[in-house]
Design a protein. Structure first.
Length: 342
């Protein structure tokens, strides 16, 4: 199967699996796993922060950060399309007892003015505006890259008003490769930020959350509380280190394939529109005359291609380590069956 459903579908390469055999391990909860410690240090340096914390998943990074930065009854703000709102099962409410104010950004990217307008004046009747979250890249915005100046400007607006700031950096390295801007520059005004190793970087488990020493101390306590602490975590951290060393630059290949696919998809008769393709995500909407997204996705599956229906007429395809230009040809051939007239 040619699996374009998500870049989370990557499988560890043979070389990535091989590094596990020689990695040094210890009790992570006691700070004794040298491989995990090295990964955390390297990511903290990469992101320009004092310390890092290895976690099983990106969602746990987001939820620990929200809990660490807020108190029950506070309000956080983020784009209406973001992962925190749409794909984390209501965890901000369940785990941190916070409200969410959603912002209507353009392809997942909002402005400093929107942030300023959303910050609540102090009142004993209203929740306290406590945390701003931004997602780089904006997944459901078509993998859009926040410009460094804009993402830091929205963070500065929030910080000037006394809010904490958090970056969901699940695909931050895609933004780095696409723009040439360093990860530390993108996250300069953010109190916490993380990168994921299980998407385009191809590892099976893991993300690293970074921030100040004091923030990471709080995050460690929450990691323990949420059940995220591990033992010989170097087994999986070693694969993340391999990804950091070998799978970052090649993200450019994913971007090139996605760009080519976006252009071909836009030319199909029954495609109404394609979001701008900047990185490895192609999101497109079907015309009224087209079959439903679910029907198109079902037809693709029968042809050996997996894609995602993200609405009645919306489809998402994502390029990654395990799809090739030949996979792209199979995708386009399958789409033509459903989306070309005659």
């Amino acid at each position: 199967m040619h699996d374009f459903y998500s870049d989370t579908k990557t499988k560890p390469t043979e070389a990535m699996r091989r590094v596990v055999l020689d990695c040094e391990v210890g009790d992570e909860q006691k700070g004794e796993d040298p491989t995990t410690n090295e990964l955390s240090r390297r990511v903290a340096d990469l992101l320009g922060k004092e310390a890092g914390l290895f976690l099983p998943s990106g969602s746990m990074c987001n939820e620990i950060a929200i809990r660490a930065h807020t108190s029950p009854g506070d309000e956080i703000m983020c784009d209406q399309s973001c992962h925190i709102i749409n794909f984390e099962t209501g965890a901000p409410a369940a785990l941190s007892s916070v409200m969410i104010k959603s912002l209507a950004g353009q392809n997942g990217i909002f402005t400093p003015e929107q942030v300023a307008d959303a910050i609540r004046p102090a009142s004993r009747y209203a929740p306290k505006s406590a945390l701003l979250c931004a997602e780089q890249t904006a997944n459901m915005g078509g993998g859009a890259v926040w410009p460094s100046a804009q993402v830091n400007a929205v963070a500065a607006t929030a910080k000037d008003a006394g809010l904490a700031t958090h970056m969901d950096g699940a695909r931050l390295m895609n933004a780095v490769v696409k723009s040439g801007v360093g990860a530390d520059e993108f996250s300069a005004n953010f109190d916490s930020v993380w990168i994921d190793f299980t998407k385009g970087l191809g590892a099976p488990v893991g993300a690293v959350l970074a921030g100040s020493d004091e923030f990471i101390q709080r995050a460690w306590r929450l990691k323990q509380q949420f059940g995220g602490a591990m033992r010989q975590s170097g087994i999986v951290a070693s694969m993340c280190l391999h990804a950091l060393d070998h799978h970052v630059d090649r993200l450019a290949d994913d971007h090139a394939l996605a760009s080519a696919l976006g252009a071909e998809i836009a030319a199909l008769d029954l495609v109404d529109s394609v979001m701008p393709v900047e990185t490895n995500i192609v999101i497109f909407d079907l015309s009224d005359a087209a079959p439903t997204a679910a029907e198109v996705v079902s037809q693709l599956y029968d042809d050996g291609v997996i894609a995602g229906a993200f609405g009645p007429k919306r489809i998402r395809v994502v390029t990654h380590l395990d799809v090739t230009p030949a996979s792209g040809e199979a995708l386009i051939a399958g789409l033509k069956k459903s989306l070309m007239r005659g």
